[in-house]
Design a protein around this ligand. Structure first.
Ligand code: PMP
Length: 305
């Protein structure tokens, strides 16, 4: 079974979904995307799409900013995604990439007077960061703020900020970058939010620290409270607090819960996966694979039984 794409309002084999070289969004970064996980449950022989609704709500918020009016509601987008994953027939962990873009084949940097379109495709995708405990480096690139661009949306052009930081981190021997805000507070990773454990509580940058308000971040705040009785404080974090935290981890739909072993070549805690991080990894993994009935409303099953 070939993988499929949803393209020009229909399901087509992925290899047939092509766009022209003059497509406006290719030139000016004025498209918006999502990254949605499909999680394979080997006992149930089922794939669960996680928090589909929330991802498409965020996508449509980005569309509004870009003046893209899609002919689909959040429900339509959820339904077509389920159908796309069904058709593609994978039985492993997946990643769905929907993207809304300015499809006019016309040059000129702008948002207005351009046609828009939407596509989505699905690929198998396992671990995002290939390390049990990753090494992070504070980036020389600052996270853009909401007067330059829109940190709270996944607008494609903005990812040059993440790409600069990620490649700098990799070339310096780290696995991931941590970007600071313009005024030097901790913001987030190149594609993840960051949490620290300080005095037994979770601490994470707030919306005003130019973060993308991650769906995984929200999930972790809720699970930490409900399942572990641990409160999360959302506040500005000083760079030095990174080095003295007991535990640190990254969160993202693709990344899930990723323990951090060191930052700027300083060991975090005792260098092992911390007890709170370990518990959250386990709780999160159960929830996204549909193994925790309490949170099953976040999981959309794909395979028809
Ligand atoms: N920050 C950035 C810059 C991201 O690209 C992502 C991934 N979408 C995140 C944070 C985490 O967001 P989420 O948990 O919704 O995937």
């Amino acid at each position: 079974m070939p993988p499929y794409a949803f393209f020009h309002n229909e399901f087509v084999p992925l290899e047939e979904a092509k766009i022209g070289i003059m497509t406006n969004s290719l030139h000016y970064g004025n498209a918006v995307f999502e990254g949605i996980r499909g999680n394979w449950n080997s006992q149930q022989k089922q794939i669960y799409l996680f928090r589909l609704n929330d991802h498409y709500t965020r996508l449509l918020n980005g569309c509004k900013l870009l003046k893209i009016a899609l002919p689909y509601t959040v429900d339509d987008l959820c339904q077509l995604t389920v159908e796309l994953v069904q058709k593609s027939g994978f039985t492993e962990d997946l990643y769905v990439r929907p993207l809304a873009y300015k499809s006019s084949e016309a040059l000129g940097v702008r948002l207005h007077d351009l046609e828009a379109d939407f596509f989505a495709f699905v690929i198998p995708w396992g671990k995002y960061i290939d390390a049990d405990k990753c090494k992070c480096g504070v980036s020389s690139w600052r996270r853009m703020n909401s007067n330059m661009a829109s940190p709270q949306t996944k607008i494609t052009g903005q990812y040059i900020n993440s790409a600069f930081a990620k490649t700098e981190a990799i070339e310096n021997g780290f696995d991931e970058a941590i970007l600071l805000t313009e005024d030097g507070h901790v913001s987030e990773g190149s594609g993840e939010n960051i949490f620290l454990v300080i005095d037994g509580k979770l601490v994470t940058p707030a919306v005003y620290n130019s973060i993308l308000v991650g769906i995984t971040r929200g999930t972790i705040i809720e699970l930490a409270k409900n399942e572990l009785g641990i409160e999360t404080i959302e506040r500005s974090i000083e760079r030095n607090e990174l080095y003295s935290a007991r535990e640190a981890f990254l969160t993202g739909a693709a990344t899930r819960v990723q323990p951090i072993g060191e930052i700027d070549r300083r060991i975090i805690g005792d260098g092992e996966i911390g007890p709170i991080t370990g518990k959250l990894q386990k709780v999160y993994d159960d929830v996204i694979r549909g193994n925790n009935p309490k949170y099953i409303s976040w999981c959309t099953p794909v395979i028809k039984k």
